[in-house]
Design a protein around this ligand. Structure first.
Ligand SMILES: Cc1cc2nc3c(=O)[nH]c(=O)nc-3n(C[C@H](O)[C@H](O)[C@H](O)COP(=O)(O)OP(=O)(O)OC[C@H]3O[C@@H](n4cnc5c(N)ncnc54)[C@H](O)[C@@H]3O)c2cc1C
Ligand code: FES
Length: 319
């Protein structure tokens, strides 16, 4: 696996994509080779810490103010790599993020030329070495970014890929739709109308919980409807999924019941990102231990796991 290190990058662009989502592009010198599913850990550079501390401790904080003051500028935030390309001797790296708290709110204020500390690439990528010809990517919310890059990698090795993209509502879907306003609302057919996936020739099935775009319902229901209409032999198919844990548990069960290979990209709060703090555990099956399970570190032994290994019913999983 590639080595990782801290790079200081320069922000190239940071446009807002839809309500609460932004795409940050950072230019870096000497960033190691990376693959889809890996992530970066971002923080302000030393020269921006004072500004960040002032920003992250202003406003309506809860009682733990002293901890926030210390912790917020110190702890990095994890983001999947949504795309990466060579630009001369440098690389440009894309991250798509949803503003949920102080760190991502601060990120959304970065302008072209701002500096940013980037630790990575971290974690293990999605495996795409199987000979199975079909690949279905199922994402919900901010599970979308790693799928954008994965779609490029799948196209390069000639897989027939489909992207299933779910969001709560249309303006929380971080893809640009062209043409039809409600692409294939029946979910039985995929369409090439999402600009970001069209670049790799990947058709999409869109769903929104409130029915404001595409199939009305959650993305697991759209996946089920599509599979029923366009069945694909289990031996020919690999499913990749990333998003809310309940959604991934649904997809894992869907695949398990049908004998389909499935890989999940998990999220955990990550303090160090490199295996030192032990804060990011995921309970997994392990027949070599007494209880037949153990914890694995999401940052170093993940974030991509085989769906069959994850103990979805464990109390240690988020509900
Ligand atoms: C491997 C990995 C890849 C990720 N990729 C992306 C990505 O591509 N795009 C993206 O928008 N986000 C991604 N995340 C989640 C992202 O790290 C968090 O949203 C971010 O750290 C929040 O920072 P904050 O300071 O804005 O929020 P905070 O103030 O720290 O928290 C605000 C809210 O978000 C919740 N939260 C914080 N961190 C996480 C987390 N890791 N998982 C779930 N909920 C969290 C908190 O519980 C709280 O409710 C990823 C996380 C991991 C571990
Ligand atoms: S985040 Fe520290 S061990 Fe995983």
């Amino acid at each position: 696996m590639s080595s990782n290190k801290i790079n200081v990058g320069r922000v190239v662009a940071n446009p807002q994509l839809c309500r609460e989502h932004y795409r940050l592009t950072v230019r870096l010198a000497g960033f190691a080779q990376a693959e889809a599913g890996q992530f970066v850990h971002l923080s302000p550079t030393a020269d921006m810490l004072t500004e960040y501390r002032e920003f992250s401790t202003s406003g309506s904080w809860d009682g733990a103010g002293w901890l926030r003051t210390v912790a917020n500028p110190m702890l990095r935030r994890a983001f999947s790599i949504a795309g990466m390309r060579a630009v001369g001797d440098d690389v440009e790296l894309d991250v798509i993020y949803r503003v949920v708290g102080k760190g991502t709110s601060w990120l959304s204020r970065l302008v072209s030329g701002s500096s940013l500390s980037v630790l990575g690439p971290l974690g293990l990528p999605f495996p795409i070495h199987s000979t199975k010809p079909h690949a279905w990517m199922v994402s919900g919310g901010v599970g979308l970014p790693p799928m954008l890059w994965l779609s490029e990698a799948l196209a390069k090795v000639g897989k027939k890929a489909i992207a299933f993209c779910g969001a709560q509502t249309a303006d929380l879907l971080a893809v640009t739709m062209s043409g039809e306003r409600s692409p294939r609302a029946d979910a039985a057919n995929a369409t090439l109308s999402a600009k970001e996936f069209a670049a790799s020739g990947t058709p999409v099935v869109i769903s929104t919980d409130d029915g404001s775009l595409g199939f009305s319902g959650h993305i697991g229901a759209a996946l089920t409807a599509y599979h029923k209409a366009q069945s694909c032999d289990a031996d020919d198919l690999v499913v990749y999924t990333c998003g809310p844990e309940r959604m991934m548990a649904f997809v894992a069960r869907f695949c398990f019941d049908r004998g389909i290979e499935c890989h999940v990209c998990m999220e955990r709060s990550m303090a160090c990102g490199t295996g030192m703090c032990q804060s990011c555990v995921v309970p997994v099956r392990d027949d070599d231990t007494d209880g037949a399970w153990r914890y694995r570190l999401c940052c170093r032994e993940g974030p991509v796991f085989s769906a069959e290994d994850v103990l979805w019913e464990s109390p240690a999983m988020a509900k």
